[in-house]
Design a protein around this ligand. Structure first.
Ligand code: GDP
Ligand code: IMO
Ligand code: MG
Length: 455
Protein backbone atom coordinates (compact mmCIF):
# COMPACT_ATOMS: atom_id res chain seq x y z
CA UNK A 1 0.00 0.00 0.00
CA UNK A 2 2.69 2.44 0.99
CA UNK A 3 5.04 2.96 -1.92
CA UNK A 4 7.96 2.94 0.52
CA UNK A 5 7.12 -0.59 1.67
CA UNK A 6 8.24 -3.64 -0.22
CA UNK A 7 5.25 -5.72 -1.22
CA UNK A 8 4.40 -8.26 1.46
CA UNK A 9 3.65 -11.88 0.59
CA UNK A 10 1.70 -12.40 3.74
CA UNK A 11 -0.37 -9.59 5.21
CA UNK A 12 -3.12 -9.33 7.81
CA UNK A 13 -5.67 -6.53 8.01
CA UNK A 14 -7.09 -6.22 11.50
CA UNK A 15 -9.36 -3.75 13.28
CA UNK A 16 -7.87 -2.16 16.39
CA UNK A 17 -11.08 -0.81 17.90
CA UNK A 18 -14.57 -2.31 18.41
CA UNK A 19 -15.16 -3.23 14.76
CA UNK A 20 -16.39 -1.33 11.69
CA UNK A 21 -13.06 0.46 11.31
CA UNK A 22 -13.48 0.23 7.50
CA UNK A 23 -11.39 -2.92 7.17
CA UNK A 24 -13.36 -3.73 4.01
CA UNK A 25 -11.97 -0.69 2.19
CA UNK A 26 -8.37 -1.52 3.16
CA UNK A 27 -8.74 -5.19 2.23
CA UNK A 28 -10.13 -4.11 -1.12
CA UNK A 29 -7.17 -1.80 -1.74
CA UNK A 30 -4.62 -4.41 -0.70
CA UNK A 31 -6.31 -7.14 -2.72
CA UNK A 32 -4.77 -5.60 -5.81
CA UNK A 33 -1.38 -6.90 -4.64
CA UNK A 34 -2.46 -10.28 -3.21
CA UNK A 35 -3.70 -13.51 -4.78
CA UNK A 36 -5.66 -15.10 -1.96
CA UNK A 37 -7.86 -13.32 0.61
CA UNK A 38 -8.80 -15.28 3.72
CA UNK A 39 -11.49 -14.80 6.39
CA UNK A 40 -10.47 -16.60 9.57
CA UNK A 41 -12.95 -15.65 12.29
CA UNK A 42 -16.51 -14.58 12.97
CA UNK A 43 -19.42 -15.12 10.64
CA UNK A 44 -22.47 -13.21 9.48
CA UNK A 45 -22.03 -10.77 12.38
CA UNK A 46 -19.43 -9.03 10.20
CA UNK A 47 -20.38 -6.40 7.66
CA UNK A 48 -17.52 -5.18 5.48
CA UNK A 49 -18.27 -2.46 2.95
CA UNK A 50 -16.54 -1.61 -0.31
CA UNK A 51 -17.62 1.30 -2.47
CA UNK A 52 -16.50 0.84 -6.02
CA UNK A 53 -17.66 2.15 -9.39
CA UNK A 54 -20.76 3.69 -7.82
CA UNK A 55 -21.71 0.33 -6.30
CA UNK A 56 -21.79 -0.41 -2.57
CA UNK A 57 -20.89 -4.03 -1.79
CA UNK A 58 -21.46 -5.50 1.67
CA UNK A 59 -19.78 -8.72 2.75
CA UNK A 60 -20.59 -10.76 5.81
CA UNK A 61 -19.09 -14.14 4.99
CA UNK A 62 -17.31 -13.79 1.67
CA UNK A 63 -13.79 -12.40 1.85
CA UNK A 64 -13.91 -8.83 0.59
CA UNK A 65 -11.09 -9.48 -1.90
CA UNK A 66 -13.31 -11.56 -4.21
CA UNK A 67 -14.36 -8.33 -5.91
CA UNK A 68 -11.05 -8.63 -7.75
CA UNK A 69 -11.22 -11.24 -10.50
CA UNK A 70 -7.67 -12.54 -9.86
CA UNK A 71 -8.37 -13.24 -6.17
CA UNK A 72 -9.31 -16.57 -4.64
CA UNK A 73 -11.44 -16.16 -1.53
CA UNK A 74 -10.98 -18.57 1.36
CA UNK A 75 -13.42 -19.05 4.22
CA UNK A 76 -11.19 -20.83 6.69
CA UNK A 77 -11.95 -23.19 9.57
CA UNK A 78 -12.25 -20.43 12.19
CA UNK A 79 -15.34 -18.93 10.55
CA UNK A 80 -18.87 -19.98 11.50
CA UNK A 81 -20.91 -20.27 8.33
CA UNK A 82 -24.61 -19.67 7.86
CA UNK A 83 -25.10 -21.32 4.44
CA UNK A 84 -28.09 -19.29 3.15
CA UNK A 85 -26.20 -16.07 3.84
CA UNK A 86 -23.12 -17.30 1.98
CA UNK A 87 -25.19 -18.45 -1.00
CA UNK A 88 -27.04 -15.12 -1.05
CA UNK A 89 -23.79 -13.15 -1.13
CA UNK A 90 -22.47 -15.23 -4.03
CA UNK A 91 -25.75 -14.73 -5.90
CA UNK A 92 -25.80 -10.96 -5.19
CA UNK A 93 -22.31 -10.68 -6.64
CA UNK A 94 -23.32 -12.72 -9.69
CA UNK A 95 -26.21 -10.35 -10.29
CA UNK A 96 -23.78 -7.43 -10.07
CA UNK A 97 -21.73 -9.11 -12.81
CA UNK A 98 -19.03 -10.59 -10.56
CA UNK A 99 -18.53 -14.34 -10.81
CA UNK A 100 -17.01 -15.44 -7.49
CA UNK A 101 -18.20 -19.05 -7.53
CA UNK A 102 -15.18 -20.33 -9.45
CA UNK A 103 -12.77 -18.66 -7.03
CA UNK A 104 -13.87 -19.89 -3.63
CA UNK A 105 -12.53 -22.28 -1.02
CA UNK A 106 -14.63 -23.24 2.00
CA UNK A 107 -13.03 -25.15 4.84
CA UNK A 108 -14.45 -28.59 5.54
CA UNK A 109 -13.73 -27.85 9.20
CA UNK A 110 -15.67 -24.58 9.50
CA UNK A 111 -18.66 -24.87 11.82
CA UNK A 112 -22.21 -24.34 10.62
CA UNK A 113 -24.81 -21.97 12.06
CA UNK A 114 -28.33 -23.38 12.41
CA UNK A 115 -31.61 -21.57 13.16
CA UNK A 116 -31.52 -22.92 16.72
CA UNK A 117 -28.26 -20.99 17.26
CA UNK A 118 -29.97 -17.78 16.23
CA UNK A 119 -32.90 -18.53 18.53
CA UNK A 120 -30.53 -19.31 21.38
CA UNK A 121 -28.70 -16.03 20.76
CA UNK A 122 -31.98 -14.12 20.89
CA UNK A 123 -33.27 -15.86 24.03
CA UNK A 124 -29.96 -15.52 25.90
CA UNK A 125 -29.96 -11.81 25.20
CA UNK A 126 -33.63 -11.44 26.15
CA UNK A 127 -33.01 -13.27 29.42
CA UNK A 128 -29.83 -11.49 30.45
CA UNK A 129 -29.77 -8.74 33.04
CA UNK A 130 -26.88 -7.19 31.08
CA UNK A 131 -27.33 -8.08 27.40
CA UNK A 132 -24.21 -7.95 25.22
CA UNK A 133 -26.12 -6.42 22.35
CA UNK A 134 -25.15 -9.18 19.92
CA UNK A 135 -25.99 -9.09 16.25
CA UNK A 136 -28.43 -11.98 16.81
CA UNK A 137 -26.74 -14.09 14.14
CA UNK A 138 -26.20 -17.13 16.37
CA UNK A 139 -22.45 -16.59 16.50
CA UNK A 140 -21.90 -17.17 20.23
CA UNK A 141 -24.08 -20.31 20.43
CA UNK A 142 -22.39 -21.82 17.35
CA UNK A 143 -18.91 -21.27 18.81
CA UNK A 144 -20.18 -22.70 22.12
CA UNK A 145 -21.25 -25.86 20.30
CA UNK A 146 -17.89 -26.06 18.55
CA UNK A 147 -15.98 -25.89 21.83
CA UNK A 148 -18.54 -28.03 23.68
CA UNK A 149 -18.08 -30.77 21.03
CA UNK A 150 -21.37 -32.59 21.56
CA UNK A 151 -23.54 -30.47 19.29
CA UNK A 152 -21.14 -29.02 16.73
CA UNK A 153 -21.73 -29.58 13.02
CA UNK A 154 -19.01 -28.83 10.51
CA UNK A 155 -19.24 -28.11 6.80
CA UNK A 156 -17.98 -31.64 6.01
CA UNK A 157 -21.01 -33.05 7.87
CA UNK A 158 -23.36 -31.32 5.42
CA UNK A 159 -21.92 -33.47 2.63
CA UNK A 160 -22.90 -36.75 4.36
CA UNK A 161 -26.69 -36.74 4.50
CA UNK A 162 -27.14 -39.83 6.69
CA UNK A 163 -24.55 -38.68 9.20
CA UNK A 164 -26.09 -35.20 9.21
CA UNK A 165 -29.52 -36.68 9.95
CA UNK A 166 -28.14 -38.83 12.77
CA UNK A 167 -26.38 -35.88 14.36
CA UNK A 168 -29.44 -33.66 14.15
CA UNK A 169 -31.55 -36.48 15.56
CA UNK A 170 -29.46 -36.18 18.72
CA UNK A 171 -28.98 -32.45 18.74
CA UNK A 172 -32.46 -31.11 18.01
CA UNK A 173 -34.19 -32.58 21.12
CA UNK A 174 -31.36 -31.25 23.28
CA UNK A 175 -31.69 -27.86 21.70
CA UNK A 176 -35.45 -27.83 22.10
CA UNK A 177 -35.11 -28.65 25.78
CA UNK A 178 -32.52 -25.93 26.22
CA UNK A 179 -34.48 -23.33 24.26
CA UNK A 180 -37.61 -24.03 26.27
CA UNK A 181 -35.61 -23.51 29.49
CA UNK A 182 -34.22 -20.25 28.15
CA UNK A 183 -37.66 -19.11 27.02
CA UNK A 184 -39.10 -19.75 30.45
CA UNK A 185 -36.52 -17.56 32.16
CA UNK A 186 -36.41 -13.80 32.27
CA UNK A 187 -33.51 -12.13 34.03
CA UNK A 188 -32.67 -15.28 35.97
CA UNK A 189 -36.22 -15.89 37.18
CA UNK A 190 -38.24 -18.87 36.06
CA UNK A 191 -41.49 -17.80 34.44
CA UNK A 192 -44.30 -20.21 35.05
CA UNK A 193 -45.82 -20.66 31.65
CA UNK A 194 -47.18 -24.09 32.56
CA UNK A 195 -44.52 -25.83 30.48
CA UNK A 196 -41.38 -25.53 32.51
CA UNK A 197 -41.99 -28.72 34.45
CA UNK A 198 -40.44 -31.94 33.22
CA UNK A 199 -43.66 -33.15 31.58
CA UNK A 200 -44.33 -29.85 29.83
CA UNK A 201 -40.77 -29.75 28.54
CA UNK A 202 -41.00 -33.25 27.19
CA UNK A 203 -44.14 -32.28 25.34
CA UNK A 204 -42.32 -29.33 23.79
CA UNK A 205 -39.31 -31.46 22.95
CA UNK A 206 -41.22 -34.29 21.31
CA UNK A 207 -43.89 -32.35 19.40
CA UNK A 208 -43.29 -32.98 15.70
CA UNK A 209 -39.71 -33.96 16.41
CA UNK A 210 -39.25 -36.48 13.61
CA UNK A 211 -40.61 -34.09 11.01
CA UNK A 212 -38.55 -31.17 12.28
CA UNK A 213 -35.32 -33.19 12.22
CA UNK A 214 -36.03 -34.58 8.77
CA UNK A 215 -36.81 -31.12 7.40
CA UNK A 216 -33.75 -29.51 8.93
CA UNK A 217 -31.49 -32.33 7.73
CA UNK A 218 -32.95 -32.12 4.22
CA UNK A 219 -32.54 -28.32 4.09
CA UNK A 220 -28.94 -28.42 5.27
CA UNK A 221 -28.07 -31.41 3.05
CA UNK A 222 -29.35 -29.33 0.13
CA UNK A 223 -27.06 -26.48 1.22
CA UNK A 224 -24.28 -29.06 1.38
CA UNK A 225 -24.88 -30.01 -2.24
CA UNK A 226 -24.62 -26.34 -3.26
CA UNK A 227 -21.48 -25.75 -1.19
CA UNK A 228 -19.74 -29.01 -2.18
CA UNK A 229 -17.65 -27.59 -5.09
CA UNK A 230 -15.88 -25.22 -2.72
CA UNK A 231 -15.33 -27.53 0.23
CA UNK A 232 -11.79 -28.67 0.94
CA UNK A 233 -9.00 -28.66 3.48
CA UNK A 234 -8.34 -24.92 3.45
CA UNK A 235 -5.23 -25.19 5.66
CA UNK A 236 -3.60 -27.43 3.07
CA UNK A 237 -4.76 -25.11 0.29
CA UNK A 238 -3.10 -22.14 2.02
CA UNK A 239 0.09 -24.07 2.68
CA UNK A 240 0.36 -25.06 -0.97
CA UNK A 241 -0.55 -21.58 -2.19
CA UNK A 242 2.22 -20.15 -0.02
CA UNK A 243 4.72 -22.74 -1.32
CA UNK A 244 3.79 -21.76 -4.87
CA UNK A 245 4.68 -18.14 -4.11
CA UNK A 246 1.13 -16.82 -3.93
CA UNK A 247 0.54 -13.70 -1.85
CA UNK A 248 -1.89 -14.13 1.04
CA UNK A 249 -4.05 -11.45 2.64
CA UNK A 250 -5.86 -12.30 5.88
CA UNK A 251 -9.02 -10.32 6.63
CA UNK A 252 -9.96 -10.22 10.31
CA UNK A 253 -13.57 -9.58 11.19
CA UNK A 254 -14.75 -7.48 14.14
CA UNK A 255 -12.02 -5.58 16.02
CA UNK A 256 -9.27 -6.50 18.47
CA UNK A 257 -11.20 -4.95 21.38
CA UNK A 258 -14.02 -7.46 20.67
CA UNK A 259 -11.59 -10.42 20.93
CA UNK A 260 -12.95 -13.07 23.29
CA UNK A 261 -9.61 -13.31 25.16
CA UNK A 262 -8.12 -9.85 24.81
CA UNK A 263 -11.16 -7.61 24.39
CA UNK A 264 -13.55 -6.00 26.85
CA UNK A 265 -14.92 -9.34 28.09
CA UNK A 266 -17.77 -10.25 28.40
CA UNK A 267 -18.83 -7.49 25.98
CA UNK A 268 -17.01 -9.12 23.09
CA UNK A 269 -17.70 -11.51 20.26
CA UNK A 270 -17.03 -15.25 20.61
CA UNK A 271 -13.94 -15.56 18.45
CA UNK A 272 -10.36 -14.30 18.49
CA UNK A 273 -10.86 -11.22 16.37
CA UNK A 274 -7.34 -9.89 16.86
CA UNK A 275 -4.45 -11.30 14.84
CA UNK A 276 -4.23 -14.05 17.49
CA UNK A 277 -7.15 -15.82 15.77
CA UNK A 278 -5.27 -16.21 12.50
CA UNK A 279 -3.21 -19.29 13.31
CA UNK A 280 -5.98 -21.37 14.89
CA UNK A 281 -8.56 -20.00 12.47
CA UNK A 282 -6.64 -21.06 9.35
CA UNK A 283 -3.99 -23.61 10.27
CA UNK A 284 -1.54 -21.30 8.52
CA UNK A 285 1.41 -20.38 10.75
CA UNK A 286 1.07 -16.77 11.88
CA UNK A 287 4.86 -16.59 12.08
CA UNK A 288 4.95 -16.35 8.27
CA UNK A 289 3.12 -13.02 8.45
CA UNK A 290 5.23 -10.16 7.18
CA UNK A 291 2.90 -7.27 7.66
CA UNK A 292 0.00 -6.43 9.97
CA UNK A 293 -2.06 -3.39 9.01
CA UNK A 294 -4.00 -2.07 12.00
CA UNK A 295 -7.14 -0.24 10.90
CA UNK A 296 -8.61 2.53 13.04
CA UNK A 297 -11.21 5.19 12.65
CA UNK A 298 -10.00 8.74 13.33
CA UNK A 299 -12.45 8.57 16.25
CA UNK A 300 -14.15 5.60 17.95
CA UNK A 301 -17.43 3.76 17.51
CA UNK A 302 -19.01 0.77 19.17
CA UNK A 303 -22.24 -1.14 18.50
CA UNK A 304 -23.85 -3.05 21.31
CA UNK A 305 -23.19 -2.83 25.04
CA UNK A 306 -19.92 -2.60 26.97
CA UNK A 307 -17.51 -0.06 28.35
CA UNK A 308 -16.47 2.79 26.07
CA UNK A 309 -14.50 5.39 28.06
CA UNK A 310 -14.41 8.08 25.36
CA UNK A 311 -18.08 7.83 24.38
CA UNK A 312 -19.79 11.17 23.75
CA UNK A 313 -23.40 11.74 24.73
CA UNK A 314 -23.93 15.19 23.30
CA UNK A 315 -24.47 16.85 19.93
CA UNK A 316 -20.87 16.02 18.91
CA UNK A 317 -21.75 12.30 18.95
CA UNK A 318 -24.75 13.05 16.77
CA UNK A 319 -22.55 15.12 14.43
CA UNK A 320 -20.07 12.26 14.01
CA UNK A 321 -22.87 9.69 13.60
CA UNK A 322 -24.54 11.78 10.91
CA UNK A 323 -21.38 12.57 8.94
CA UNK A 324 -19.93 9.08 9.30
CA UNK A 325 -23.28 7.37 8.61
CA UNK A 326 -22.61 5.45 11.79
CA UNK A 327 -25.34 2.86 11.66
CA UNK A 328 -24.52 -0.86 11.83
CA UNK A 329 -23.86 -2.52 8.46
CA UNK A 330 -25.52 -5.75 9.64
CA UNK A 331 -28.23 -4.65 12.06
CA UNK A 332 -28.75 -0.97 11.21
CA UNK A 333 -28.36 -0.02 14.88
CA UNK A 334 -26.98 3.48 15.56
CA UNK A 335 -23.34 3.16 16.54
CA UNK A 336 -22.14 4.78 19.75
CA UNK A 337 -19.57 7.47 18.90
CA UNK A 338 -16.69 9.09 20.77
CA UNK A 339 -13.13 10.41 20.65
CA UNK A 340 -10.09 8.43 19.59
CA UNK A 341 -8.80 6.32 22.48
CA UNK A 342 -5.01 6.02 22.21
CA UNK A 343 -4.83 3.88 25.38
CA UNK A 344 -7.12 1.25 23.92
CA UNK A 345 -5.51 1.33 20.46
CA UNK A 346 -1.96 1.16 21.81
CA UNK A 347 -3.04 -1.96 23.71
CA UNK A 348 -4.83 -3.62 20.78
CA UNK A 349 -1.99 -2.74 18.37
CA UNK A 350 0.38 -4.59 20.70
CA UNK A 351 -1.89 -7.64 20.98
CA UNK A 352 -2.39 -7.75 17.21
CA UNK A 353 1.26 -7.03 16.41
CA UNK A 354 0.36 -4.12 14.14
CA UNK A 355 3.24 -2.67 12.11
CA UNK A 356 1.39 0.35 10.83
CA UNK A 357 -1.91 2.23 11.02
CA UNK A 358 -4.53 2.94 8.38
CA UNK A 359 -6.57 5.89 9.69
CA UNK A 360 -10.07 5.88 8.28
CA UNK A 361 -13.03 8.30 8.07
CA UNK A 362 -10.82 11.31 8.79
CA UNK A 363 -13.18 13.43 6.66
CA UNK A 364 -15.94 12.95 9.24
CA UNK A 365 -14.17 15.18 11.77
CA UNK A 366 -14.19 18.37 9.62
CA UNK A 367 -16.21 21.17 11.19
CA UNK A 368 -15.57 20.27 14.82
CA UNK A 369 -14.03 23.25 16.60
CA UNK A 370 -11.90 21.17 18.95
CA UNK A 371 -10.90 17.48 19.02
CA UNK A 372 -9.73 15.27 21.85
CA UNK A 373 -7.56 12.16 22.08
CA UNK A 374 -7.62 10.01 25.19
CA UNK A 375 -4.04 9.65 26.48
CA UNK A 376 -4.70 7.88 29.81
CA UNK A 377 -7.51 6.69 32.07
CA UNK A 378 -8.27 7.97 35.51
CA UNK A 379 -9.51 5.16 37.73
CA UNK A 380 -10.49 6.49 41.16
CA UNK A 381 -7.61 8.94 41.11
CA UNK A 382 -5.09 6.46 39.70
CA UNK A 383 -3.56 7.05 36.23
CA UNK A 384 -3.78 4.00 33.96
CA UNK A 385 -1.97 3.66 30.66
CA UNK A 386 -3.36 0.21 29.82
CA UNK A 387 -7.01 -0.85 29.80
CA UNK A 388 -7.87 -2.89 32.91
CA UNK A 389 -8.91 -6.52 32.30
CA UNK A 390 -12.18 -6.08 34.10
CA UNK A 391 -15.06 -4.54 32.15
CA UNK A 392 -16.61 -3.06 35.30
CA UNK A 393 -13.38 -1.31 36.16
CA UNK A 394 -12.99 -0.08 32.56
CA UNK A 395 -16.51 1.33 32.78
CA UNK A 396 -15.41 3.30 35.84
CA UNK A 397 -12.40 4.79 34.03
CA UNK A 398 -12.59 8.44 33.10
CA UNK A 399 -10.65 9.52 30.01
CA UNK A 400 -7.76 11.95 30.37
CA UNK A 401 -7.78 14.03 27.22
CA UNK A 402 -5.31 15.96 25.17
CA UNK A 403 -7.24 18.63 23.26
CA UNK A 404 -6.29 19.61 19.74
CA UNK A 405 -7.60 22.26 17.37
CA UNK A 406 -10.11 21.08 14.78
CA UNK A 407 -10.40 22.17 11.14
CA UNK A 408 -13.21 23.45 8.94
CA UNK A 409 -12.07 22.29 5.50
CA UNK A 410 -13.75 19.29 3.90
CA UNK A 411 -11.18 16.58 3.17
CA UNK A 412 -12.93 14.31 0.70
CA UNK A 413 -11.03 15.73 -2.30
CA UNK A 414 -7.59 15.54 -0.66
CA UNK A 415 -5.24 13.01 -2.26
CA UNK A 416 -1.89 13.92 -0.70
CA UNK A 417 -0.84 14.65 2.86
CA UNK A 418 0.12 18.18 1.85
CA UNK A 419 -3.49 18.80 0.75
CA UNK A 420 -4.61 18.36 4.37
CA UNK A 421 -4.95 21.39 6.65
CA UNK A 422 -2.12 21.90 9.14
CA UNK A 423 -4.39 21.08 12.08
CA UNK A 424 -5.34 17.76 10.43
CA UNK A 425 -1.73 16.77 9.94
CA UNK A 426 -1.00 17.72 13.53
CA UNK A 427 -3.90 15.52 14.67
CA UNK A 428 -2.55 12.58 12.64
CA UNK A 429 0.97 13.11 13.98
CA UNK A 430 -0.23 13.05 17.58
CA UNK A 431 -2.33 9.97 16.95
CA UNK A 432 0.66 8.18 15.46
CA UNK A 433 2.98 9.26 18.29
CA UNK A 434 0.54 8.22 20.99
CA UNK A 435 -0.10 4.79 19.48
CA UNK A 436 3.58 4.39 18.60
CA UNK A 437 3.08 3.34 14.98
CA UNK A 438 3.55 4.99 11.59
CA UNK A 439 0.47 5.90 9.58
CA UNK A 440 0.77 4.47 6.08
CA UNK A 441 -2.70 5.26 4.79
CA UNK A 442 -5.36 7.88 5.46
CA UNK A 443 -8.90 7.57 4.18
CA UNK A 444 -11.05 10.62 3.44
CA UNK A 445 -14.13 8.97 1.96
CA UNK A 446 -15.63 5.55 1.25
CA UNK A 447 -14.48 5.37 -2.36
CA UNK A 448 -11.27 3.64 -3.43
CA UNK A 449 -9.96 6.90 -4.81
CA UNK A 450 -10.50 8.80 -1.57
CA UNK A 451 -7.27 7.52 -0.09
CA UNK A 452 -3.95 9.09 0.78
CA UNK A 453 -0.91 6.82 0.81
CA UNK A 454 1.79 8.13 3.12
CA UNK A 455 5.44 7.65 2.50
P1 GDP B 1 -15.69 -2.82 8.43
O1 GDP B 1 -16.64 -3.72 9.10
O2 GDP B 1 -14.46 -2.57 9.24
O3 GDP B 1 -15.30 -3.24 7.03
O4 GDP B 1 -16.41 -1.40 8.29
P2 GDP B 1 -17.93 -1.14 7.84
O5 GDP B 1 -18.05 -1.43 6.40
O6 GDP B 1 -18.88 -1.83 8.76
O7 GDP B 1 -18.08 0.39 8.16
C1 GDP B 1 -17.25 1.37 7.57
C2 GDP B 1 -18.14 2.37 6.79
O8 GDP B 1 -17.39 3.53 6.52
C3 GDP B 1 -18.61 1.85 5.45
O9 GDP B 1 -19.89 2.33 5.21
C4 GDP B 1 -17.60 2.45 4.47
O10 GDP B 1 -18.12 2.60 3.17
C5 GDP B 1 -17.36 3.78 5.11
N1 GDP B 1 -16.04 4.38 4.87
C6 GDP B 1 -14.87 3.75 4.68
N2 GDP B 1 -13.87 4.65 4.65
C7 GDP B 1 -14.43 5.87 4.79
C8 GDP B 1 -13.90 7.19 4.88
O11 GDP B 1 -12.70 7.43 4.83
N3 GDP B 1 -14.80 8.19 5.05
C9 GDP B 1 -16.13 7.98 5.15
N4 GDP B 1 -16.92 9.05 5.32
N5 GDP B 1 -16.67 6.74 5.10
C10 GDP B 1 -15.82 5.71 4.94
P1 IMO C 1 -17.19 -6.07 11.53
O1 IMO C 1 -16.40 -7.23 10.99
C1 IMO C 1 -18.93 -4.12 15.03
C2 IMO C 1 -20.37 -6.74 18.22
C3 IMO C 1 -21.87 -6.75 18.47
C4 IMO C 1 -21.89 -7.04 19.96
C5 IMO C 1 -20.72 -8.01 20.13
C6 IMO C 1 -21.14 -9.48 20.15
O2 IMO C 1 -18.19 -5.53 10.58
O3 IMO C 1 -16.29 -5.04 12.11
P2 IMO C 1 -21.95 -11.15 18.26
O4 IMO C 1 -23.11 -11.09 17.34
O5 IMO C 1 -20.62 -11.23 17.58
O6 IMO C 1 -22.09 -12.21 19.33
O7 IMO C 1 -21.99 -9.75 19.06
O8 IMO C 1 -19.85 -7.78 19.04
N1 IMO C 1 -19.98 -7.03 16.84
C7 IMO C 1 -19.53 -6.10 15.98
N2 IMO C 1 -19.44 -4.77 16.10
N3 IMO C 1 -18.52 -4.72 13.90
C8 IMO C 1 -18.59 -6.06 13.77
O9 IMO C 1 -18.07 -6.73 12.71
C9 IMO C 1 -19.16 -6.82 14.82
N4 IMO C 1 -19.43 -8.13 15.01
C10 IMO C 1 -19.90 -8.25 16.24
O10 IMO C 1 -22.45 -5.50 18.16
O11 IMO C 1 -21.57 -5.87 20.68
MG1 MG D 1 -18.65 -3.70 9.77
Amino acid sequence: MSEANLPSRCTCVVGLQWGDEAKGKIVDLLSQEHDVVIRFNGGANAGHTVVWNGHTFKFSLLPTGVLHPHVTGVIANGVVVYPPQLLREIEDLRQAGIEAASRLVLSDRAHVVFPYHQEEDRLCEAGASQPIGTTGRGIGPCYQDKVGRNCGIRVADLLEETRLYQKLREIVPRKRRWLSVLASHRFGQAVNEGRNDAVGQNAVVCEGLETAVAQLAATYAAYGRQLRPWVRDSARYLYEAYQEGKRLLFEAAQGSLLDVDHGTYPFVTSSNSSTTGLWSGTGFPARYLQRVVGVVKAYTTRVGAGPFPTELHDERAEYIRRRGKEYGTVTGRPRRCGWFDAVAVRYSARISGADELAVMLLDVLSGLHELAICIAYDWKGERLFEPPADADRLAQCRPVYEHLPGWEQELSECRRLVDLPKATRHYLDRLSELVGLPITCVSVGPDREQTIFCR
